[in-house]
Design a protein around this ligand. Structure first.
Ligand code: HEC
Ligand code: HEC
Ligand code: HEC
Ligand code: HEC
Ligand code: HEC
Length: 187
C-alpha cells in the first residue's frame, strides 16, 4: 500500500516537473507569499534594523539566529535576547525614533507578548529545507539571504534567494555536488 502510494506520488510529481521544466512558473502558495503592510503602513510590528545590529555593531548572525547550525530552522530570537541589551539603562537608543521603538520592545517584553514578526522567507509545506545541513556545508547566510548586515528593516526576499523556487535550489545543488534526489527535498 505504502509503495503504491509512493509510486503514484512520484509519478504525479514527475508530470508536474515536466510542466515546471517547460517554463510554467507557478505562483508561490498563498501562505508563502510575502504579507502586505499593516494599516499603519508598517510591514513589521517593530522596525528592527539589521544594518545597525549586524553591520554597525557587528553582532554575529548566529547570536540571534542561534539554532541555524543545529536545527532545521534558523529561528527568530526570543525577546529575552533583545532585552539582554535593551533593558533600561543599557542600550536606550540615540535618536528619538530609536528610543521610541526600543520602548515598544520593552512593552512587549513587560506584557509577555511575543513580537508578532511577519515571516519573509518560507517554502511550501511539501518542501524540506534544513538550515543546519547548509551551515555545516559552509554555505554562508549571505549566499541565500543577501547582504543582510547592510539592510535596514527587512521586507522582501533578497534577489539572491531566487524566489525560493526549485530551480534555484537545484542549480546550486548541481554546482556544489549536493543531492538532486526528489525525495531529499520533498515529503
Ligand atoms: C540582534 C538580533 C539579530 C541579529 C544579530 C541578526 N538578526 Fe536576522 N532577524 C532578527 C529578527 C528579530 C528578525 C525578525 C524580524 C525581521 O524579519 O526583520 C530577523 C529576521 C531575519 C531574516 C528574515 C526571516 C523571515 O523569513 O522572516 C533573515 C533572512 C535574517 N534575519 C538573517 C540574518 C543574517 C544573515 C544575519 C547576520 C548578517 C542576521 N539576521 C542577524 C534578529 C537578528
Ligand atoms: C548585543 C546587543 C543587542 C541586542 C541583542 C539587540 N540589540 Fe537592538 N540595538 C543595539 C544597539 C547597539 C542599537 C543602536 C542603538 C543606538 O542607535 O543608540 C540597537 C538599536 C535598536 C533599535 C532602534 C532602531 C534604530 O533605528 O536604531 C531597535 C528597535 C532595536 N535595537 C530592537 C531590537 C530587537 C527587537 C532585538 C531583539 C530581536 C534587539 N534589538 C537586540 C544592540 C542590541
Ligand atoms: C542554502 C540557502 C540558505 C542558507 C545558507 C541560509 N538560509 Fe535562511 N532560509 C533559507 C530558506 C529556503 C528559508 C525558508 C525555510 C522554510 O520555509 O522552512 C530560510 C529561512 C530563514 C529564516 C526564517 C525563520 C526560520 O527559522 O527559518 C531566518 C531567520 C533565516 N533563514 C536566517 C538565516 C541565517 C542567519 C543563516 C546563516 C546562519 C541562513 N539563514 C542561511 C535559505 C537559506
Ligand atoms: C547556494 C547553494 C545551495 C542552495 C541555494 C540550496 N542548497 Fe541545499 N544543499 C547545498 C549543499 C552544499 C548541500 C550539501 C550538504 C552536505 O553534503 O551535507 C545541501 C544539502 C541539502 C539537503 C540535504 C541533502 C541530503 O543529502 O540529505 C537538503 C534536503 C537541501 N539541501 C534542500 C535544499 C532546498 C529545499 C533548497 C531550496 C529551497 C536548497 N537546498 C538550496 C547547497 C544549497
Ligand atoms: C534541492 C531541492 C529540490 C529537489 C532535489 C527537487 N525539488 Fe521539487 N521543489 C523544490 C522547491 C523549493 C519547490 C518550490 C516550492 C515553492 O514554490 O515554495 C519545488 C517544487 C516542486 C513542484 C511543484 C511545482 C512548483 O513549481 O512549485 C513539483 C511537482 C516538484 N517540485 C517535483 C519535483 C521532482 C519530481 C523532483 C525530482 C526530479 C524534485 N522536485 C526535486 C525543491 C526541490
Amino acid at each position: 500500500m505504502k509503495r503504491l502510494w509512493l509510486a503514484t506520488l512520484v509519478g504525479a510529481l514527475t508530470v508536474l516537473l515536466a510542466v515546471v521544466l517547460i517554463g510554467f512558473r507557478q505562483a508561490p502558495d498563498a501562505d508563502a507569499a510575502p504579507q502586505t503592510a499593516d494599516a499603519d503602513g508598517q510591514f513589521q510590528p517593530i522596525q528592527f534594523p539589521h544594518d545597525t545590529h549586524a553591520g554597525q555593531f557587528t553582532i554575529p548572525c548566529q547570536y540571534c539566529h542561534f539554532s541555524a547550525e543545529r536545527s532545521v530552522d534558523a529561528g527568530i530570537p526570543p525577546m529575552a535576547t533583545c532585552i539582554g541589551c535593551h533593558q533600561e539603562g543599557i542600550v536606550d537608543g540615540r535618536t528619538d525614533e530609536a528610543q521610541a521603538e526600543i520602548a515598544r520592545v520593552r512593552e512587549y517584553y513587560a506584557s509577555d507578548t511575543p513580537i508578532p514578526w511577519k515571516r519573509i522567507y518560507k517554502v511550501s509545506d511539501h518542501v524540506k529545507f534544513a538550515h543546519m545541513r547548509h551551515v555545516a556545508a559552509g554555505v554562508t547566510c549571505q549566499t541565500c539571504h543577501g547582504q543582510v548586515q547592510e539592510m535596514g528593516v527587512l521586507e522582501d526576499m533578497a534577489p539572491e534567494a531566487g524566489d525560493l523556487r526549485m530551480g534555484w535550489c537545484v542549480s546550486c545543488h548541481i554546482e556544489r555536488g549536493a543531492s538532486r534526489d526528489c525525495t531529499v527535498c520533498h515529503y
